[in-house]
Design a protein around this ligand. Sequence first.
Ligand SMILES: Cc1cc2nc3c(=O)[nH]c(=O)nc-3n(C[C@H](O)[C@H](O)[C@H](O)COP(=O)(O)OP(=O)(O)OC[C@H]3O[C@@H](n4cnc5c(N)ncnc54)[C@H](O)[C@@H]3O)c2cc1C
Ligand code: FES
Length: 253
Amino acid sequence: MIARLIQSRRITARDTLYEFDCPELARKAAPGQFVELALGEGEGEGSFLRRPISIFDCDGERRFFLLVRTVGRGTQAMTGWKPGREVDVLGPLGNGFSWPESAGVCVLVGGGIGLAPLTYLARRLLETGWTVRLLFSPRREDELLDALPQREKLEIRCAENRTQLPVILEEMLAQADCVFACGPEGMLETVAVKTMQRDIPCQLSMERHMACGIGICLGCAIAVRTPEGLTYQKVCKDGPVFRAEEVSFHEQP
Ligand SMILES: Cc1cc2nc3c(=O)[nH]c(=O)nc-3n(C[C@H](O)[C@H](O)[C@H](O)COP(=O)(O)OP(=O)(O)OC[C@H]3O[C@@H](n4cnc5c(N)ncnc54)[C@H](O)[C@@H]3O)c2cc1C
Ligand code: FES
């Protein structure tokens, strides 16, 4: 389908927020899902491969938003996209987050650009009466929080470094009914271990290099524990969201 770029806004030196118009996608998108964006010809290495990007926010009717970090030639080319540009988009893809119907307190843990899939989730949780607490580990760019549309409604704490994160997390878990996290895998493992120790349901949004994005190429395998033993699943189709106890961090392909 085609999404039309409405506007883009620089959030940090390397992060840009893009707003697209695409009712077909916006009506269907759920928190934790992602899109596969087609680049223009010659826009980056392997420009024929689509780029997977999480749905950062969505109005449920027309507009969706992506928060994109410039890391390579494809995401660099995107920063030159002008309003009105029509982009070929596949999505919404993946399973997305799920949460109990009865509202409580949830903790979102975002590491760097891992903030992206948690924002739309926060919107939906707030709409359904949840108290949403965010633990953000920015590394360098705490201005990334400026991209949050409902910042004033969230209770936000920032971990300044890697040693602070587990300490603050412990404090926040003392009053948490469920946890959602996205970010570097070391951070996700810490979150998984600590939530499992306390028996708090936790979902992790995982990332793998992707090609097809729709379960055909087997390029995004992840090792997952099942009652039958270790198996491999596809991050693009079975994920990107997995339960913390499913992810086998030390047995990845
Ligand atoms: C489910 C999912 C959601 C994502 N959501 C976001 C998001 O919201 N914001 C954001 O900034 N980034 C996100 N990423 C990472 C993003 O896809 C890559 O940073 C991007 O594809 C890099 O493209 P490039 O051309 O700039 O980099 P290059 O390094 O030039 O890319 C070359 C190839 O590697 C692939 N690739 C490179 N890095 C990654 C990566 N980390 N994950 C997957 N494929 C990669 C590219 O798709 C491309 O095929 C997500 C990745 C996944 C799997
Ligand atoms: S990216 Fe092709 S199977 Fe997941």
